[in-house]
Structures are given as C-alpha cells and as structure tokens.
Write a protein that binds this ligand. Sequence first.
Ligand code: GLN
Length: 196
Amino acid sequence: MTTTVGVLSIQGAVAEHLDSMRRLFTKPAYKGQAVLLRTPEQVEDLDGVILPGGESTTISRILERSGIGPQLRTRIANDDIAIMGTCAGCVLLAKTLADPTKVTLLEAMDMEVRRNAFGRQKESFERPLQIKGLRKPFPGVFIRAPLITRTWGDCEVLAEIDEGVVMARQGKFLGVAFHPELTDDLRIHQLFYKML
Ligand code: GLN
C-alpha cells in the first residue's frame, strides 16, 4: 500500500503543506502521496496526518463536529499514526493549555501550550532556529504562534528560543510552533516522513 499523508483540510495553511509534501514525494528517496483529509472515513487509511496552522478554536470545533477528531483520537490511542501539528495544529496536539481558551485538544503529547504567546508587537517574525537532528539553522516563521510552556513524560524538546520551547516530539507526534510549510526548506517535512 502506498504511504499516504492526509493534510487536514478545515482551515489555514492547507495548500502550502500539501505542496511541501508533494514536492518531497517527487524526490527519489521519498515514496508516497499527500491527500486532503476531509472526512472521518479517510482516517483509517492514513499513515500520517498534518494539522496545519490557522485558528485552533475554529479548527477544533470543526474537527469534533465532523467526526474526524474522534477518529484521530482512536488512532492516537493505538499509537499507529504519525501526526505533525504546526502552529494551531501544535496547540491541538497538546494535553493542556496554559491560557484559559476553551479548545477541545487531541491530547496526543505530554506538553502544555500557550496560544498567541508572543503578544501584539511580535505577532509575526522570522528567526533562524537550531533544531536537534538538523545541521544548519532552520528559518522559523512565527505567526501569532504558540509556545510550548511545559513538557513532561516522553515528550522531547527539539528546538528552543529565548522565549521558550518551539518544537517537540513524542514518538510518532511532532509539535511545531512555527510554519515550515511557508518556506522552501523541506527538512521538517523530511523529518516527519521518517516518522511515518
Ligand atoms: N493563534 C492561532 C491559534 O492559537 C494560531 C496561529 C497560526 O496557526 N498561525 O489558534
């Protein structure tokens, strides 16, 4: 069976992630396909899912209402699907929130996340990031980004800036506070591919 990655198509940077994965799959060493994830029935056939940035409150509401959220939770509990969440998607992967917003989380990773952690002056910015496992710095694009405020258990910190943790991994789950899909750099998508 072809390795298949579904990009959750509710809202946000969906096309950009689809494009990054499809570019990766044109390279000889990477075999598979990227599709839009739109229905709960699709979930059981996927090897991996990307939860794009957008607005976590909106995305979580539609995730639950569509039935995709409950399906993903079953796969998460069985630990047989890889998931990368970027920005709002990173929020959804957390077990708890450091801010009082009501978002129904997927609770996949042992981490606490603060939404919109950089305040108004720094709503968006770019910063070169030192990421564990990558030799050269990665261009981190932050847009109303969250911060990972606490990790515990098996959650491993992969990147940190002065303000706090911006990337973490736990088994098959990857939380990324910034937007790798908005750069030409495919190294984080490559890392995710290796987790499939
Ligand atoms: N601030 C948004 C949220 O918490 C995330 C922003 C983004 O994904 N670019 O939902």
